[in-house]
Write a protein that binds this ligand. Structure first.
Ligand SMILES: Nc1ncnc2c1ncn2[C@@H]1O[C@H](COP(=O)(O)OP(=O)(O)O)[C@@H](O)[C@H]1O
Ligand SMILES: [Mg+2]
Length: 247
């Protein structure tokens, strides 16, 4: 079983509110289908979630409840609109996908639902969303990847994003890390990404990647804008960053 995250940076245009990258997402769905392996799918919120969550400060907890209630409804609605578009792409590619949203909160039943779906041959799809966990917060697709990687027997975790992989220094194109251990990720520098991001971009992702690799699962970061890379990565041929599992 492989767990794949279709990053908000690749399935949406993070610089334009609620802009879906239809052509890229349909191609990525085809690549997942043609690789022919059992998969669990997570997708990011991109410009269907981050700008809305930021506008209503949903990543800061309840600071202005009256106004934020509208923001919660709007953000959840908007990420569900994106989810439906992703589901359409996956179904178009022949993947028997079913949607399992994290809203209103994640508990054991979330995993149970995903396990039941897998048992019956379905492909669970979840996504970055707003959650009510006693307060209000945002659960990123990266955190959902940690949960799936921990709860399922996973062979590898693939993060599909809009860059070629993890750069030691994002200002230096020649510093792409092709393969490394979890420890070596300590030396990575981060810079802000394009568009509003409430889940700290690559820095947050690297935190999740470390958790997953420490739990004994290989993690790959690849560029979803380059055709064929996702299919190859699913088959173990990684053109991007391969983070070796910690043994
Ligand atoms: N060291 C780094 N290596 C690669 N990307 C980085 C790095 N530091 C910052 N970034 C930025 O992180 C972005 C990817 O994170 P993010 O936008 O959150 O992706 P996603 O939407 O797939 O979660 C890249 O577009 C890049 O601009
Ligand atoms: Mg992100």
């Amino acid at each position: 079983m492989i767990v794949i995250k279709l990053g908000g940076s690749v399935i949406t245009d993070k610089e334009k509110d609620s802009h879906f990258n239809k052509r890229i997402t349909y191609r990525l769905a085809e690549e997942i289908a043609s690789a022919g392996k059992k998969a669990l799918i997570v997708h990011g919120a991109g410009s269907f979630g981050h700008p809305q969550a930021k506008r209503y400060r949903l990543n800061e907890g309840f600071v202005d409840k009256k106004r934020q209630v509208e923001g919660i409804s709007l953000t959840h609605f908007s990420v569900r609109v994106l989810n439906l578009k992703v589901m359409e792409a996956l179904r178009h590619a022949g993947i028997p996908a079913v949607s399992i949203p994290p809203f209103p909160f994640i508990d054991e039943s979330f995993i149970e639902k995903a396990k039941v779906a897998v048992k019956d041959g379905l492909v669970p799809v979840t996504f970055g969303d707003v959650v009510l966990d006693g307060n209000v917060s945002i659960i990123s697709g990266d955190i959902l990847m940690e949960i799936f990687a921990r709860e399922f027997e996973v062979e590898r975790a693939i993060f599909v994003t809009n860059v070629d992989g993890i750069y030691e220094d994002p200002e230096r194109k020649d510093s792409l890390i092709k393969e490394c251990t979890v420890k070596e990720l300590e030396k990575v520098f981060f810079k802000g990404n394009a568009g509003a991001d409430v889940t700290s971009g690559m820095a947050g992702k690297v935190k999740s990647i470390k958790e997953i690799a420490y739990s004994g699962v290989e993690v790959d970061v690849i560029n979803g804008r380059k055709p064929g890379r996702l299919k190859d990565a699913i088959n173990g041929i990684v053109a991007g960053t391969r983070v070796r599992k910690n043994e």
